[in-house]
Design a protein around this ligand. Structure first.
Ligand SMILES: Nc1ncnc2c1ncn2[C@@H]1O[C@H](COP(=O)(O)OP(=O)(O)OP(=O)(O)O)[C@@H](O)[C@H]1O
Length: 259
């Protein structure tokens, strides 16, 4: 498998001098699902957001498809971001708009402001959005306002919007943190399938260790801004869990797997 993302010695110190990341190194291969786990404040969100420069790293190098993202100019960064989809815990949808319109926002980069304001989308793009929504089981909700959807359905709209971008990788910032167990399972299965069948790498922040163990190809374990584990789920034994969380798996699972 080819590597598509590589982080080398990445650190982040916020203006208030909090060191959120310290010398982070790892790589992501095409079509891999990698979970990032760790207690609250470990640096998971900061790490994810440094990759597409929603947050600027203070030090280190981030290579995406062999391009140095940290050194990219405005135009190059736009291109990088086209290849990196993102889904969020709070979905980031426009609730007064329909499911289909929200998904079309995944293509905004390829339309002028005039075209997008008037909804002048190419037929092929609309058809692709419809196909994606069908794949995600939302074919009957195309014209429904997003405000009327359940959390799990909203997240599926978020996934369709990310996929319409034709990304090589999707960053998922706590995609199931607001969902019930059944909807969480559905979303994780879609992400697993997207990684495997569409060969799109998914980098997923999670609080649930049991979910990470079940769905990931590899897991990154963070503690106070450092990567203290990077390996396969089978290698995540109790000693490693202690290193990440300061407590054992039994303790974590007795709280529903949540850290
Ligand atoms: N904008 C900011 N300015 C200053 N400090 C920040 C900022 N964002 C995060 N931090 C700090 O950086 C550290 C890492 O935060 P981050 O949100 O990345 O952790 P996390 O693992 O994603 O936590 P959670 O699981 O609670 O979302 C924390 O100490 C946090 O307080």
């Amino acid at each position: 498998m080819t590597e598509i993302l590589s982080l080398k010695h990445v650190s982040k110190v916020y203006d208030n001098r909090v060191q959120a990341l310290h010398d982070v190194n790892f790589d992501v291969r095409q079509g891999e699902l990698i979970s990032i786990i760790g207690p609250s404040g470990a640096g998971k969100s900061t790490l994810l957001r440094c990759i597409n420069r929603m947050i600027e790293a203070s030090e280190g190098q981030i290579l995406f498809l062999d391009q140095d993202v940290t050194a990219a100019d405005k135009k190059q960064l736009k291109e990088v971001r086209k290849n990196i989809g993102m889904i969020f815990q709070n979905y980031n949808l426009v609730y007064r708009l329909s499911v289909l319109e929200n998904v079309m926002h995944g293509r905004l980069g390829s339309y002028s402001a005039f075209q997008s304001t008037l909804g002048l989308y190419r037929r092929a793009d609309v058809e692709e959005a419809q196909r994606l929504l069908q794949m995600l089981g939302l074919q009957d909700r195309l014209y429904e306002k997003c405000s009327k959807l359940s959390g799990g359905q909203k997240q599926r709209v978020g996934i369709a919007r990310a996929l319409l971008q034709h990304p090589k990788m999707i960053l998922c910032d706590e995609p199931i943190a607001s969902l019930d167990p059944q909807s969480s399972k559905v979303i994780m299965e879609y992400l697993r399938d997207i990684a495997t069948s569409m060969n799109i790498a998914c980098l997923v922040n999670l609080h649930q260790v049991d979910v990470a163990l079940h769905y990931s190809d590899r897991i990154i374990g963070m503690h106070q801004g450092e990567v203290v584990f990077f390996g396969r789920p089978q290698e995540l034994d109790d000693a490693v869990i202690e290193k990440i969380y300061g407590k054992g798996l039994e303790d974590l699972l007795s709280h529903g797997g949540q850290a």
